[in-house]
Design a binder for this molecule. Structure first.
Ligand code: CA
Length: 379
């Protein structure tokens, strides 16, 4: 079965840091979180460069592993050539979706969690000194959680010329939720609270609740949450709806109630949807639905490309945020996602600032981030 992912990404500076050194990749079917480290602005450079190189590599047809290795090489080269960035590095937790399989690469202490039927499992392994000590039996989980050196990594991207990356796959099902996050989320927010947030059907609500909870727990570090919820493809959902809908209206379609064709979810599904139909009135309705679905799919594909290349500043739940994508919806599908949220309240805008925000002008990423800085969204 092919699954579709609904996603929401939020990155928040937290309450104690002057910069946000986390970076997020939202380039369906690729999603990733990077948490940079290094003095001055180096952490931000490392995570940003890793995210860009990874996304560009996958877009150019590299395997996920090869793209991550290219990201390592890019960060390592920049650190070597520029003394201001010496020693910088970043975590990387990335998933590439293919059908119902999630292919992961991972290094560092960012995390991937799988929520399934109410159960939360951490599917990545932390590459930190304290995690190594826990695995070696020299420290308990409880001691590790408060250890003064808990943020020291045993492996990271960009600190050596070659990196050892964990590679694994997860078979995904309808209803599964994946969370990729930085340690600014998994540190302060306990597992039961993460599980509660991921049980929400609305991914925006889930991501918002996670960031809110990390801030409520003191927000000591940058907080990034990337939530992916897996659903059946529109063709399968539509198939169920059409079959059920016909039966509910009592149309004269023989045996429409439970014997509808089951559709292999390769879209566009015009043929597979229409072919098995038996009633006289049914084919036309199915074909028009298939056309609608095909349009939505194309919009989704185009949206994926646009979302990763244009940005704008607007308001998310009363606070200013930089969005990636277009400020529109195609039917129920938004062609945008929050790229970086801020603490600045919408209500605090001056008239002049409000005019700029309300215009929702499309910009390149750097332009949008500069505007965010001008608007006092971050230092
Ligand atoms: Ca961090």
């Amino acid at each position: 079965m092919t699954l579709v992912a609904r996603y929401s990404a939020l990155s928040d500076i937290g309450l104690h840091r002057k910069t946000n050194e986390d970076a997020v990749v939202v380039a369906p079917p690729l999603y990733a979180v990077c948490d940079g480290m290094g003095g001055a602005q180096a952490g931000e450079v490392a995570s940003g460069l890793a995210a860009e190189t990874l996304a560009a590599g996958v877009a150019a047809g590299l395997s996920l592993l090869a793209a991550a290795e290219a990201a390592n090489a890019a960060v390592f080269a920049r650190a070597r050539d520029d003394s201001a960035h010496a020693g910088m590095g970043t975590t990387l937790t990335a998933v590439l979706l293919e059908g119902d399989t999630g292919h992961f690469v991972h290094v560092g202490d960012s995390r991937a969690y799988l929520w399934r039927d109410g159960e939360l499992v951490q599917v990545s392994e932390d590459h930190s000194l304290v995690a190594e000590m826990v695995r070696g039996g020299r420290l308990t989980e409880e001691e590790a959680a408060v250890h003064p050196h808990r943020s020291v990594l045993s492996r990271a991207l960009g600190t050596e010329s070659a990196v050892r990356l964990d590679e694994f796959t997860v078979d995904l099902r309808v209803g599964d939720v994946l969370l990729l996050c930085s340690d600014g989320l998994s540190g302060p927010v306990a597992a039961p609270a993460i599980a509660r947030a991921l049980s929400l059907r609305d991914v925006d609500e889930a991501a918002g609740k996670l960031v809110h909870e990390a801030r409520r727990q003191g927000g000591p570090d940058n907080i990034t949450a990337l939530v992916l919820r897996f659903e059946a493809t529109p063709a399968e959902v539509a198939e169920a709806a059409v079959t059920g809908g016909v039966a509910a209206r009592g149309d004269a379609v023989p045996d429409a109630g439970g014997t509808g064709p089951s559709v292999d979810a390769d879209l566009p599904g015009a043929e597979s949807l229409a072919a098995p139909a038996t009633g006289a009135a049914r084919p036309r309705r199915l074909i028009s639905l298939a056309v609608l679905l095909a349009v939505l799919c194309v919009a989704g594909l185009v949206g994926g490309v646009i979302i990763s290349s244009v940005f704008y500043v607007s308001v998310d739940e009363g606070r200013l945020a930089v969005f990636s994508g277009l400020p529109v919806e195609v039917g129920p599908v938004p062609l945008h996602a929050v790229y970086r949220s801020s603490a600045r309240l919408d209500s605090s805008l001056s008239q002049r600032e409000r005019a700029v925000v309300d215009a929702r002008g499309l910009r390149g990423k750097d332009d949008a981030m500069d505007l965010g800085r001008d608007l006092g969204m971050w230092p």
